[in-house]
Design a protein around this ligand. Sequence first.
Ligand SMILES: [Zn+2]
Length: 439
Amino acid sequence: MQYEVTATRRRPKTFDELAGQEFVSATLTSSLESGRIAHAYLFSGPRGCGKTSAARILARSLNCEKGPTAKPCGVCGSCQEIGRGASMDVIEIDGASNTSVNDVRQIKDEVLFPPNSTRYKVYIIDEVHMLSNSAFNALLKTIEEPPPYIVFIFATTEIHKVPATIKSRCQQFAFRLIPIETIAEILKKICMEMDIEVEDEALFWIARESTGSLRDAYTLFDQVVSFSDGRISASVIKEKLGLVGVDSLNALSIACVENDIAKAFGVIHERLEAGVSIEQFTIDLAGFYHSLLLIKAGITKESLLQNSLERFPEKVLETLNGSQIERALELLLELYRNIRYSLSPRFELESVVSKLCMLDKWVSPLELRATIAQVRSALTASTSVQAPTQQKAASSAVEENSLSAGFKRYIANRSPQQEQTIHPDVERVVRVFRGTIVE
Ligand SMILES: [Zn+2]
């Protein structure tokens, strides 16, 4: 049997099989069932999420010998021809390479002839936003009043480039990105059909990398199957495609909270030796801290965390607070921007990781401000006990001065007990903050 790529083999043949586009399927099904067939449809949405497939299903639905029906039979002559792309009455045009007004004129001439052997003559124009302005204008009249046997289906990834005059003459359908869980489920089903053993982590990784495009997921899946020898495991994917696994990221982040720079550098060295690029390492590390931040915000959904909750290190989550993790993410995003211009990307990476090793001591400006405010109010309170007349001064400028005076007095008069309760560091912070050296 001839080898067929998964994307072709799994191309949906009915609306039920169209993954992740329930709204589109339901609307098209009900309009077909009630016989309300439009002259022109406009399918918009990201690449690889089923627009062309939906257009072909619609063409089949319209031209099936048992139709028009929302459930084309798939076995009649017409269905088979459309499936093979051999139907004379379903014309697929790539908008990207037929952009001129002459191409559209040809369509205008052709629509005058009724379909050869079926009910409708269907024009599927892909990437319709690539048509020139004059081509759009030439098309306008035809879409508005086509012969009753003509149906146009336009598909585009860039809806904002389609003129409003065209949009308003079409029934519009917005296709969505397909959720990671849905993609992982579909891949799992395929593995079962192909009798391939697979790890969930590997499936999630493929689903995540495809960023909502089923076609991308199929392509990546085919690639992974080709080197997997009947068993798809996350570790093989990592090794063959030069990725950083969650284990390495865990090890690195734990080394960081333990302030163990040597160990953290060891992890970096090991991964880079294994062929992971510094750019990839940074992307994965940033993704990892992003997930930690989401966990801190109380998010547990696997598709958002890009891994199951248990896979993230408890120790790191306990040691670092939200703003420290945010800081880590900030450093890594900056690193990613910097490495392409850097003299030594590896040094940049190591420098950021050494900063990550001190992360547990990092205090955000907001926290610092809150602490200073606390100290300030504590000092003002002590002033009011010792100098009640000064406390009465209403304006804030006077208050500032009184604080400064109060602070001086506090330093001079404090009891040994007070000396212990306020840490010398805090005093220093207050001095720097106020620009006052109290001596
Ligand atoms: Zn049929």
